[in-house]
Write a protein that binds this ligand. Structure first.
Ligand code: GLY
Ligand code: MN
Ligand code: MN
Length: 428
């Protein structure tokens, strides 16, 4: 409720219309597991499909108003699909001023839009929704001769909401910590379970088991379980190869708990022992991550961790014989991109790649307490003539979830073993 009032204040005047996500068919009569829209859930806590939130900003005579449109009670449908709140119970439980059946949206919305100065909604993501917004607006315009004024402007509300979502409150941080704890346990279980000759999907099953076992509703994104050279495919999700002794296994997996994502990557040896070459690359990525983490503090800007990681990696690539020349030359020519081609992190929240601007007025954004991000440097070495053969097919990424605090940062994902000693000990 506080968030809805905050939105009303940020709008100043006008009406916000925010729909939840549609249900999506997977094939024939089977649907994908339902996931609500993040903006809608952030403002309502309401998980059912077929719902729309209306927030009307306060005006001279009227306080701000919050209205929910949702599915009607329908005992017959509930026999098939389960409990639904219905407008009356939803209004009570979620603190709305009014609630109506979603079937009345077309009937009631033009009236709600009448004499509002502006519409705030999610624009450009769903053409059907954009058309409905225009349709309702035109219905109000048709009443102009009876003295009704239609909204003069339509704004994208995402910029306002993104700023709110970027700074996490205490409740959100608690949920994210719980999600991170579950994911860390899943990575531990993977390390303890893996044996040479198992298949990648057997390890994926252990991850999913752990997520659900502890109450997480879903993986926050498709798990990457990549043995050997598969780790050099950044978005590898086939997860169907046999794991070989002597190879590394890269796992990028995190659960979603109550709408919040976690995002952890760990890389460890299938047989429990790092080879000398694997150790060299692993220590380099770990050092790059430590340098990046050191830069995560209030006042530093978004690009500082990335630059710190690049500096360490470029030096290391030269020392390992992967790149040639000086650190400055490798950074300048971007030769490091042959082995490190992605950025060092992203905002994390309800969406794994969460909302929030990375730049403001053209300059990298500064860190503030309550922001949550990942720090995830890596190194991916494909076979090539000019690359020492003992490094071929080594792919390593180390990814943690980090909260910016008043004094620096806090790791949400410390429970996932990370040093070579910790990993080898757990895998004994
Ligand atoms: N798991 C997605 C990412 O690391 O960005
Ligand atoms: Mn990530
Ligand atoms: Mn990840």
């Amino acid at each position: 409720m506080a968030r809805r009032l905050h939105l009303a204040q940020a709008m100043g005047a006008g009406i916000a219309i925010i729909p939840t996500a549609p249900e999506r068919l997977r094939n024939r009569d089977a649907h994908y597991p339902y996931r609500f829209d993040s903006y809608f859930y952030y403002l309502t806590g309401f998980r059912e499909p077929e719902a729309v939130l209306i927030v009307i900003a306060a005006s001279d005579n009227n306080p701000a108003k919050q209205i929910l449109f949702c599915r009607e009670k329908d005992i017959e449908r509930e026999v098939w699909d389960g409990y639904r709140y219905g407008p009356d119970a939803a209004r009570e439980a979620f603190g709305f001023d009014e609630a109506y059946s979603i079937n009345r949206l077309d009937e009631l919305l033009p009236g709600l839009l009448a004499d509002q100065s502006a519409i705030y909604t999610v624009l450009g993501q769903d053409t059907v929704w954009d058309q409905r917004i225009m349709g309702w607006t035109n219905r109000v315009r048709e009443q102009a001769r009876s003295g009704v004024t239609a909204p003069a402007s339509i704004h994208d509300c995402c910029a306002l909401l993104d700023e709110m979502r970027l700074i996490k409150d205490t409740d959100e941080l608690q949920t994210m910590q719980r999600a991170a704890d579950i994911s860390a346990q899943a990575h531990q279980r993977a390390m303890q379970t893996v044996q040479p000759d198992m298949y990648e999907y057997e390890i994926e099953a252990e991850l999913l088991y752990t997520f659900h076992r502890h109450g997480a509703q879903a993986p926050a994104y498709t798990s990457i379980v990549a043995g050997g050279g598969n780790a050099c495919v950044l978005h590898y999700v086939e997860n169907n190869a046999r794991l070989r002794s002597g190879d590394l296994l890269l796992i990028d997996a995190g659960c979603e708990l109550n709408g919040y994502a976690s995002d952890i990557t760990r890389t460890f040896p299938v047989n429990g022992h790092f080879s000398a070459a694997q150790k060299d690359v692993y220590q380099l990525v770990l050092a790059a991550q430590a340098a990046a983490l050191e830069q995560v503090k209030s006042g530093n800007h978004w690009n500082d961790p990335h630059q710190a990681a690049l500096g360490v990696l470029a030096r290391g690539f030269i020392d390992l014989g992967l790149c040639r020349g000086s650190v400055d030359a490798v950074l300048e020519s971007e030769d490091y991109k042959r082995f490190y081609m992605h950025r060092t992190g992203h905002w994390l929240g309800m969406d794994v790649h969460d909302v929030g601007a990375y730049k403001q007025q053209g300059a990298w954004r500064r860190f503030e307490p309550g922001m949550v991000l990942t720090v995830e440097p890596g190194c991916y070495i494909r076979p090539a003539d000019d690359v020492p053969q003992h490094f071929w097919n080594i792919g390593i990424r180390i990814e943690d979830d980090v909260v910016v605090t008043q004094t620096g940062h806090e790791l949400l994902t410390v429970a996932a073993p990370k040093t070579i000693a910790e990993i080898e000990e757990l895998m004994q």
